[in-house]
Design a protein around this ligand. Structure first.
Ligand code: SF4
Length: 151
């Protein structure tokens, strides 16, 4: 079982998509300088059940194009169930992972994937020096440039 905080609708995290974003709790990466330390406790938030996910999908039906999970890859089987449920609704899927790579089973259920832990000295997706990559998996294209500010 994965827990998550209440979701938000976000417009920038997945370029071109209106995403329902879930911050999944229990991230084991322990990156120094993590902005989400309150999410490290796996008991924080409440269970991310299919019923709960579906309630939010119904609430924003017709508005959403994607569902984004910040984490959850450490419980692969649970995340797979959630991703498949999202896709059955005709929505795209995105995972923001703190790992350098995730397995093919998860990739098969994803449209977008962000990889790489937080490294303060390199910055996040808005940094041209970042170690993190946001990829559109259908094209293989890096979407990092959408986050860059003009030089
Ligand atoms: S992967 Fe993200 S949520 Fe997890 S510890 Fe690192 S910065 Fe925090």
């Amino acid at each position: 079982m994965l827990n998550a905080f209440e979701p938000r609708v976000v417009l920038q995290e997945v370029p071109g998509e209106v995403s329902l974003a879930w911050l999944v709790t229990g991230c084991p990466q322990a990156c120094p300088g993590c902005h989400s330390r309150d999410s490290w406790d796996p008991q924080a938030g409440s269970p991310l059940t299919l019923n709960r996910l579906q309630w939010w999908l119904e609430r924003y039906r017709g508005l959403l194009t994607c569902v984004l999970f910040f984490g959850g890859e450490w419980d692969r089987e649970t995340l797979l169930v959630l991703l498949r449920h999202v896709r059955r609704q005709g929505l795209k899927t995105c995972l923001y992972s703190g790992r350098e790579r995730v397995g093919q089973g998860l990739i098969a259920e994803l449209d977008y994937l962000k990889t790489g832990p937080w490294r303060a000295e390199l910055g996040g997706l808005d940094s041209r020096d970042t170690n993190q990559r946001l990829i559109c998996l259908s094209t293989g294209e890096s979407l990092n440039h959408h986050f860059w500010r003009p030089l």
